[in-house]
Design a protein around this ligand. Structure first.
Ligand SMILES: NC(=O)c1ccc[n+]([C@@H]2O[C@H](COP(=O)([O-])OP(=O)(O)OC[C@H]3O[C@@H](n4cnc5c(N)ncnc54)[C@H](O)[C@@H]3O)[C@@H](O)[C@H]2O)c1
Length: 309
């Protein structure tokens, strides 16, 4: 385990993330920070009181200041407003820039060597805010979205085929929005191309459901957005970093020429290890996939262009 992991935002995603990190004993201390006085303290204490039953020794602490987060090894940023029915992730832009910017300033001041995992939406733009404000190298600012989008895709494929989720390998790339790019050409079931197992119209419907996966949950919940699967995605990244697993996972990374693009965060396959984002893997894409990725990049650049820092 590492010494300290901070989760900023003790709402649905943040609190569930902190709980999963503690239960997996990924850090000696897990600190939850939120501006809503009482919430992080209460949730932190409640989680810590589950330790004798769940049997973990990660100490969970909740706070409203950054003193106790000092020198965190990893910081997960989940602070921000979540979607309500009818809203797109981009509708959250201005309000969440105003939240993530001061959070990133605090992280820079108190944990200058941390690896930052961003979860707040609109994801790829909030990654940009976090990187610009902290000035951290691209290895240490990574966004969680592709793991979630891919998990949704894999869960729908498993339902369709009535098989184990374990045997489905897939990647969803691109921005975390309606333009995300599920790669059918790289979707396999224990090595068998998925196109041999599912007819095109059914696959197209699964891809459409994946793109709409977040909105489907928002529509059910009405008062907020998904958090069980999102927190699982964030914790998979934390785990890969803490245990230096060198996992290949779809994450939002700052592109510097990869896929012919520069100067934006976009979901791509990365190698995650103790140094953070250790490598971006460039895979061959079909002409359609290339065009879809370019379109997705445009959908990220547009809101990024109006952000004032
Ligand atoms: N990347 C993804 O795939 C993904 C998935 C789900 C949710 N999200 C995003 O994550 C964010 C959080 O979602 P949620 O469901 O936990 O929302 P939530 O409303 O349950 O929790 C957000 C928390 O942030 C806190 N907060 C606000 N300003 C803060 C600040 N300056 N410092 C610290 N804490 C602050 C609030 O008090 C609240 O407790 C949203 O922006 C949501 O859109 C992203």
């Amino acid at each position: 385990m590492v010494n300290k992991i901070t989760v900023v935002g003790a709402g649905n995603v943040g609190a569930t993330t902190a709980q999963r990190i503690a239960e997996k004993e990924l850090a000696r201390t897990v600190v939850m920070v939120d501006i809503a006085d009482g919430i992080p303290q209460g949730k932190g204490l409640d989680q810590w009181e589950s330790a004798p039953i769940e049997l973990f020794d990660s100490r969970v602490i909740g706070t409203t200041t950054y003193d106790e987060t000092k020198d965190s090894d990893i910081v997960v940023i989940t602070a921000g407003v979540a979607r309500k029915p009818g809203m797109s992730r981009d509708d959250l832009l201005n309000v969440n820039v105003a939240i993530v910017k001061p959070v990133a300033e605090q992280v820079k001041a108190t944990s200058p060597n941390a690896i930052v995992i961003v979860v707040s939406n609109p994801l790829d733009v909030m990654c940009y805010v976090a990187k610009a404000v902290t000035g951290f190298p691209r290895e240490r600012v990574i966004g969680m979205a592709g793991i979630l989008d891919t998990a949704r895709y894999r869960s729908f494929l498993a339902m369709e085929l009535d098989i184990s989720v374990r045997d489905i390998q897939a990647m969803v790339l691109g921005g975390h929005g309606d333009t995300m790019v599920p790669l059918i050409s790289y979707t396999t079931v224990s090595g068998i191309p998925v196109t041999q197992l599912i007819a095109k119209d059914k696959l197209d419907a699964i891809v459409a459901r994946t793109r709409n996966g977040g909105a489907e949950i928002v529509k059910f919940l009405k008062t907020g957005s998904a958090y069980y699967a999102p927190s699982s995605g964030a914790v998979q990244m934390v785990e890969a970093i803490v245990h230096d697993q060198k996992r290949i996972l779809p994450c939002s990374a700052w592109l510097d020429g990869e896929y012919g693009m520069k100067g934006l965060f976009l979901g791509v396959p990365v190698k995650l290890g103790r140094k953070g984002m250790e490598k971006i893997l460039e895979v061959t894409l079909t002409a359609d996939e290339k065009a879809a990725l370019a379109k997705s990049a445009e959908a990220v650049r547009e809101p990024m262009g109006v952000v004032k820092l």
